[in-house]
Design a protein around this ligand. Structure first.
Ligand code: PEP
Ligand code: MG
Length: 588
């Protein structure tokens, strides 16, 4: 929606999905649905029509495999894996049977029918509450669009790999396969009408470091190819026909950002130490072995949270000890001598593997998840523990249990660990000499008994995502209550303080690996509360380090004692943000 119209420029507010600023000529990609002709066919022509569909499906498969290969080479296996879902659409028996049925029944050309059926599927998916499933609507449209191109004999219409001029691409919905192929030197940025933070297109834009904004309704009708626009991927603003004044302001902003990028780069291998000499550990969160590259580039001191769920999702059989060992070992070797904290399986809640997808629990977040699953499925748990111990022979490894709610659970988990260790030693297998054990503090009850838990473990890591959810009884995925999800709530702060104090009383270090650790507005509060480690997404490491190096811990300790007495989350956030802003204005 236009938020300002002055001096001829028009500003539209979208959702920022990939940071950076781009200024250039617009290329509007047309909407394809209007170009699909509808033709009646004779009964005798039906088999030929179905054959055309199969030929187009085969050609599309070939195209997608080429795209997948390119993506694998440029961006890695994880991103290439995104296209597995596309390939599956090509084989979807229900969708294909429905298309064939309509061609026969309606005696209509197959491209028209495919478009209708795919649109129906995509619209149904787009209407579900689950954001992830909603985004899959884009996959179906992308694949169907490619098949239709083949049926219509349109080649390269959306070929962004061979653009002549640099441009900012504006489209209704940029297909992930198109995004993956685009020429980084020619596409300065892109903006789309649909999409969200977790759409593949957004994920790929961030990986390619192309400024992007989505969620700009009707932008394809407002923008004209060949005209100029300014795209701010930090704020999600798109300005059509920007005025000289706006360009001047953005020019200055860009210069400041370039200067900031230089300062961040110069700190890459510097420690995260405050102005008064207090050293923090700044490590990275990863959820795939391919992430080690970004961990190394970010200057992180190892991994503070390796989420292992990816190994168990989207597959029928569970990974065995050997497969897990190979994956953990690859990460440990790639990052040694920096330590890697491997979190044991945290399935359940919103992370359901195919085998559990319909577990039928009314309250999955309060149900059978994480350490509860591990303790009741000891064979799976023990093979993971063995794989972790064995990976520990190749570099420093720590293990961490998720969703701990009681001392009993830690003791039970540690008993399994001691038993599998003895078994491996007995068999003469090389394992870690020492494996530090940590408990994630994500449940208020765990924070309240942190003193007792500290006697059973070597460290704590605060999972502030779940801790906030459970403390405030807010489902972190439910948009309706999203505004109530505040990690700056004084109750959350008090639980963090209790955990830090209990840990330190037993000489245990305490980290934070929830999103709060990478939120620069809350970093002053966490440093003041005395946490020893912050584990954040690799992309956030430079900014967090830059900020820490401009803070004084003694002043923040005073601030933290005041924050603990605040009445509201807003008050805490305002004061912590002020401290961050004062110390590092360039970040804001
Ligand atoms: C957390 O809850 O803060 C956390 C880091 O775990 P996850 O986000 O994987 O549940
Ligand atoms: Mg959690």
């Amino acid at each position: 929606m236009s938020v300002r119209e002055s001096s001829g420029e028009r500003i539209f507010q979208g959702i920022p999905v990939s940071p950076g600023i781009a200024h250039g000529r617009i290329l509007v990609l047309g909407r394809r649905d209007t170009d699909i002709p509808q033709r009646a066919i004779e009964e005798s022509g039906i088999p030929a029509e179905i054959n055309r569909l199969h030929a187009a499906l085969a050609s599309t498969r070939k195209d997608l495999e080429v795209v997948q290969d390119q993506v694998r080479q440029v961006m890695g296996a994880a991103e290439a894996g995104l296209f597995d879902a596309h390939l599956l659409v090509l084989e979807d028996p229900t969708l294909l049977a429905e298309v064939a049925r309509h061609v026969r029944q309606d005696r209509c050309n197959v491209e028209w029918v495919l478009h209708q059926v795919a649109e129906r599927y995509a619209s149904a998916l787009a209407a579900v509450e689950d954001e992830y499933l909603r985004e899959r609507a884009a996959d179906i449209r992308d694949v169907a669009g490619r098949v239709i191109d083949h049926l219509l004999g349109i080649f390269g219409e959306q070929d962004l790999a061979h653009l002549k001029e640099p441009c900012i691409v504006i489209a209704h919905d940029l297909a992930p396969s198109t995004t993956a192929q685009l020429d980084r030197t020619k596409v300065l940025g892109f903006a789309t009408e649909t999409g969200g933070q977790t759409s593949h297109t957004a994920i790929l834009a961030r990986k390619l470091r192309i400024p992007a904004a989505v969620g700009l309704p009707e932008i394809t009708q407002r923008a004209r190819s060949g005209k100029f626009c300014l795209l701010d991927g930090h704020s999600g603003k798109l300005t059509l026909d920007p005025s000289d004044q706006t360009l001047f302001e953005y020019g200055q902003l860009s210069q400041r950002r370039v200067a900031l990028e230089d300062s961040l780069e110069s700190l890459r291998y510097q420690p995260a130490v405050t102005l008064d000499g207090h050293r923090l550990i700044l490590s990275a969160n990863i959820d795939h072995p391919d992430d080690v590259v970004s961990v190394r580039n970010s200057g992180a001191e190892g991994v503070g949270l390796f989420r292992t769920e990816f190994l168990f999702m989207n597959r029928g059989e569970l990974p065995d000890e050997e497969e897990q060992y190979r994956v953990y070992r690859s990460v440990v070797e790639a990052l040694a001598p920096e330590p890697v904290i491997i979190r044991t399986l945290d399935l359940g809640g919103d992370k359901l593997p195919s085998s559990m997808a319909h577990s039928g629990e009314l309250n999955p977040f309060l149900g059978w998840r994480a350490i509860r699953i591990s303790l009741s499925e000891p064979t799976t748990f023990r093979s993971q523990l063995k794989a972790i111990l064995r990976a520990g022979a190749h570099g420093p490894v720590r293990v961490m249990y998720p969703m701990i709610s009681s001392v009993d659970e830690v003791r039970a988990a540690n008993t399994h660990l001691a038993e599998v260790r003895a078994e491996l030693v007995e068999r003469g297998v090389s394992i870690a000499d020492k494996l530090e054990v940590g408990a994630m503090i994500e449940i208020p009850g765990a924070a309240l008994v942190a003193g007792a838990l500290a006697r059973e473990v070597d460290f704590f890591s605060l999972g502030t995502n779940d801790l906030t959810g459970y403390t405030l009884a807010v489902d972190r995925l439910n948009e309706r209550v999203a505004s109530l999800f505040c990690s700056s709530h004084p109750a959350v702060l008090r639980l963090i303080q209790m955990t830090v104090d209990a840990g330190h009383r037993s000489s245990r270090w305490v980290g934070v690996c929830g999103e709060m650790a990478g939120d620069i507005s809350m970093v002053p509060a966490l440093v003041g509360l005395g946490v020893d480690e912050l584990s954040v997404t690799p992309a956030a490491i430079p900014q967090v380090k830059y900020l820490i190096r401009r803070l004084r811990r003694d002043a923040l300790q005073v601030l933290a004692s005041e924050l603990l007495l605040c009445d509201t989350a807003q008050e805490v956030l305002r004061r912590s943000l002020n401290a961050a802003r004062q110390a590092a204005p360039a970040l804001f």
